[in-house]
Write a protein that binds this ligand. Structure first.
Ligand code: 76R
Length: 260
């Protein structure tokens, strides 16, 4: 029996699922079909899933599924258990809009201060371009289209709450200023890294899931390295396990891990 739909009022559900291949069953054909069919049915119901082969022995196969209905995601998770897969790790989160998102006033102030603009007409023109870009960017954050990149990494993280380094004891303006520095570093990776930050406070063991996509694995390493020097990560970031995978269509990923 399927559960009734559970639709979050903001954003989509996100499941990161990691499996080991059940070697006792890999001789039986039909494993690929079960996985491919489960993904096709999920996508037909307006959700998305990407599959990846995991590098290293933390898992064999990974699936990231996103979409509006948590009950549909649960059904998908259940269907995958009919394939020769043994669950190894999972992470549950929701897409979200950040409370530190740049506002139009922030951008107006930045155009004046950083770019030295003073002509109101020119500022209005630049703001119109900014509005277009930001609207698309915000939509992608809350209703993401999972990108067709070659590699991805996932890790959970939290903000520290420890003595003098307590993120949650800072006032909003201080946090917003720090996050603006973080975003400045992030923007230098535009085009090289697609990031999806999904919220999991109260839902899973850490506060966010970080999923990074890139064609060049070096970009994954560089962005995480460079962010370690930024105060938001250096002083306030705490990190869980990192899992890295190579993205491919479900059939080739299944074959690459020995499912038939
Ligand atoms: O509003 C926006 O989305 C743009 C500004 C922005 C916010 C608010 C932004 C930009 N991030 C935001 C929030 Mn981010 N981000 C991470 C990591 O490994 C590490 O050290 C950190 C993991 C990466 C790699 C990354 C990349 N970001 C957040 C939050 C929520 C914080 C909160 O609410 O307290 C977390 C946990 C987080 C972590 N970030 C960017 C990037 C990149 C590449 C950008 C630039 C995006 C762009 O403008 O194109």
């Amino acid at each position: 029996m399927a559960l009734n739909p559970v639709i979050p009022s903001i954003g989509w559900g996100v499941l990161h699922l990691y499996y080991r291949v059940d070697r006792a069953c890999t001789d039986e054909p039909g494993g690929i079909k079960r996985i491919v069919d489960a993904i096709a049915a999920l996508e037909a119901d307006s959700h998305q899933a990407i599959t990846f082969s995991v590098l290293g022995h933390k898992a064999d196969l990974g699936v990231m599924a996103v979409g509006p209905d948590l009950a549909r995601l649960q059904r998908f998770q259940q269907e995958l258990l009919d394939a020769p897969l043994i669950p190894e790790y999972s992470y549950v989160s929701l897409t979200e809009q950040s409370e530190y998102a740049q506002t139009e006033d922030d951008e107006r102030a930045r155009l004046r201060a950083d770019e030295g603009l003073s002509d109101e007409g020119e500022i209005a023109e630049r703001l119109a371009v900014w509005r277009d870009r930001i609207e698309h960017y915000r939509e992608q954050r809350v209703h993401p289209r999972l990108p067709a990149k070659a590699a991805m990494c996932f890790y959970p993280m939290s903000k520290r709450r420890d003595g003098a380094d307590n993120w949650y004891a800072l006032d909003f303006d201080a946090r917003k200023l720090l996050m603006a520095g973080h975003a400045r570093v992030g923007r230098t990776y535009a085009g090289r890294v697609v990031q999806l930050i999904t919220g999991s406070t109260g839902i899973d063991d850490w506060e966010w899931g970080v999923t990074l996509f890139a064609d060049d694995p070096v970009a994954l390493k560089e962005i995480v390295y460079e962010m370690r020097f930024d105060e938001v990560s250096a002083r306030y970031g705490e990190f869980g396990e990192f899992l890295t995978g190579l993205i491919g269509n479900p059939e080739s990923v299944c074959r690459s891990v020995g499912i038939q």
